[in-house]
Write a protein that binds this ligand. Structure first.
Ligand SMILES: Cc1cc2nc3c(=O)[nH]c(=O)nc-3n(C[C@H](O)[C@H](O)[C@H](O)COP(=O)(O)OP(=O)(O)OC[C@H]3O[C@@H](n4cnc5c(N)ncnc54)[C@H](O)[C@@H]3O)c2cc1C
Length: 364
């Protein structure tokens, strides 16, 4: 997601100081496109140890990360940068390590690294009376360090949305371990176990296929009538072809039961129409039901929808424009965005054109 903010009426001449927040694929694209139009006074903050956003594999559960087994599920031709194709010797669906190496080579080719300050978390942004932005940062990636602040003319927020796990309320009390999919990294501890995957998106499909190689039985539950509209065809085919994956549609999880020690033993699954409930043995349940976007620290004047995503388009002139004049949203945190690398990268390029259109109106 990216936002370019600028106060209407302010001069845009000279060499404005621009802050990019997040060095995932959208942030990198944003820096590259800003440089391409001659802007050089750019600082990018990212709280990770390296660039690449979601594609940096990490065992740390406080970091958002791909899984150890993740391969990109959109083909390399559709997921790369137009001006920097993925290497010819890459497979059609490269591994996360290859995708990350590709982002690194993109950054090196377009000289993006000098702009990036890693292990630096943005904790707050505020607009001052003069229309400039104060960006508060904590070094070391956390909030425990002394707070520093720097002043910028523009902000491009590319902070993604896979940040805060969404944990639903289930009836009753459950004292066992809860592991959201955002904290899940490796399959080995699940060898021989029975697991339930809740959700019908691509992440759920990838996890189900991966878990089926380790677990004895993988149950899948979706509330909708199927997964055709929400999952890539190749994953649907693999799920259908995998003997130990069982998919239940029009089914909701309505209860969990566990041992006195707090270990999950079974899950109640209820059919939408009939209300019939089936108790299924499962020692682990994985939730792939979304995440809350990381937008709490944005200026209040930038409108969010009820789930916290930045709203764009509608009756506004420019499709990526937000409710605040001069503010643009791109990538995962934008309401209705496709949540894919290629989509974010495309929006990054489109936004630069829209930003130019907007800046032109300021001068006309
Ligand atoms: C398991 C998994 C599998 C996926 N598979 C695919 C796939 O096959 N194909 C596909 O196209 N897409 C896939 N995606 C989605 C894809 O990763 C995202 O659409 C893409 O990474 C979004 O890019 P982004 O730059 O908007 O955000 P991100 O990649 O999330 O990067 C955001 C960056 O901002 C940093 N940040 C956030 N807040 C702050 C802050 N306050 N201060 C400093 N830094 C901050 C984060 O640390 C991160 O580095 C997958 C995602 C996951 C989690």
């Amino acid at each position: 997601m990216a936002l370019l903010t600028q106060t209407p009426g302010r001069s845009v001449a000279g060499d404005p100081r621009i802050c990019v927040i997040g060095a995932g694929p959208c942030g990198l694209t944003a820096i590259k496109n800003l440089r391409a139009v001659g802007l050089r006074n750019i600082v990018c903050y990212d709280d990770g140890d390296t660039i690449g956003g979601n594609w940096v594999f990490s065992e740390r559960i406080d970091r958002v990360s791909v899984y150890e087994c993740t391969h990109i599920i959109s083909s390399k031709n559709l997921s790369g940068f137009d001006d920097h194709p993925m290497p010819r010797d890459y497979p059609d669906f490269p591994s996360h390590r290859q995708v990350l190496a590709y982002f690194e080579s993109y950054a090196a080719t377009f000289d993006l690294h000098p702009h990036v300050r890693l292990r630096t978390r943005v904790t707050k942004v505020e607009r001052g009376a003069d229309g400039r932005w104060t960006v508060h940062v904590a070094n070391g990636g956390g909030t425990e360090q002394a707070d520093n602040a720097e002043i910028f003319d523009y902000l491009l927020v590319c902070a993604g949305h896979h940040r805060d796990p969404f944990i639903p309320d289930y009836p009753g009390r459950f004292a066992g371990e809860t592991l959201h999919s955002s904290s899940y990294r490796r399959g080995d501890p699940l060898r021989g176990r029975r697991v339930l995957v809740v959700g019908g998106g691509n992440s759920a499909g990838q996890a189900a296929v991966f878990l089926s190689a380790h677990a004895r039985q993988v149950h899948m539950a979706v509330r909708s009538s199927g997964i055709d509209a929400s999952m890539s065809r190749y994953l649907i085919d693999r799920i259908k072809a995998t003997r130990n994956i069982e998919l239940r549609v029009r089914t909701a999880v309505t209860g969990l039961s566990g041992s006195a020690e707090g270990a999950l033993e079974s899950v109640d699954m209820t059919r939408n129409e009939s209300g019939d409930t089936e108790r299924v043995n499962a020692q682990h349940m994985f939730l792939f039901i979304g995440a809350d976007p990381n937008t709490q620290w944005l200026d209040r004047r930038i409108a969010l929808n009820s789930k916290g995503f930045v709203t764009t388009g509608s009756d506004l002139q420019l499709p990526l424009a937000t409710s605040s004049l001069g503010v643009f949203a791109i990538g995962d945190v934008r309401r209705g965005s496709v949540k894919r690398v290629a989509a974010g990268v495309g929006e990054g390029a489109a936004a630069v054109a829209q930003i130019h259109a907007y800046l032109a109106t300021l001068h006309s």
